[in-house]
Write a new protein. Structure first.
Length: 133
């Protein structure tokens, strides 16, 4: 029996679950004009960023209204989780948080996905309306 990937993707309220990527984006944007979008894991409840337990990457997709196709806006890798001679005491750690700027031509839905090396895939979404400038 073949299972669908959606079986393994988890979601919850990011205010109560540290693995869910929180999307900060305006509810409305002007067509063709730059809009800043932020995605963060651990916005309300901090997520560990240790060698043993960390967020490896975040991805941001956009699905235009009425479309069946997802457009990848960005994929962000996080490499420093405290690696050093003695684990978790390294000189650099990263927080899984990014900002990007995009120009959209149509309304649709933003989808953020985060990968925790222990707890797997987590996702959230946010609608964005695009008005003609």
């Amino acid at each position: 029996m073949s299972e669908n990937i959606s079986t393994f993707v988890k979601t919850a309220d990011w205010k109560a679950e540290k693995h869910v990527p929180a999307i900060d984006a305006p509810a409305e944007a002007k067509a063709g004009e730059p809009v800043e979008i932020s995605v963060a894991v651990g916005k309300e409840i901090p997520h560990p960023n240790t060698v043993e337990h960390h967020i490896s990457w975040l991805a941001l997709h956009f699905v235009p209204a009425g479309s069946q196709t997802s457009i990848e806006l960005g994929r962000f890798e996080f490499s420093a989780h405290g690696q050093a001679a003695k684990a978790n005491e390294g000189p650099a750690h990263v927080a899984p948080s990014v900002k990007t700027t995009v120009c959209l031509a149509a309304s649709g839905t933003l989808h953020a996905t985060a990968y925790c090396n222990i707890h797997g895939l987590w996702t959230s979404s946010a609608a964005i309306s695009v008005v003609q400038a």
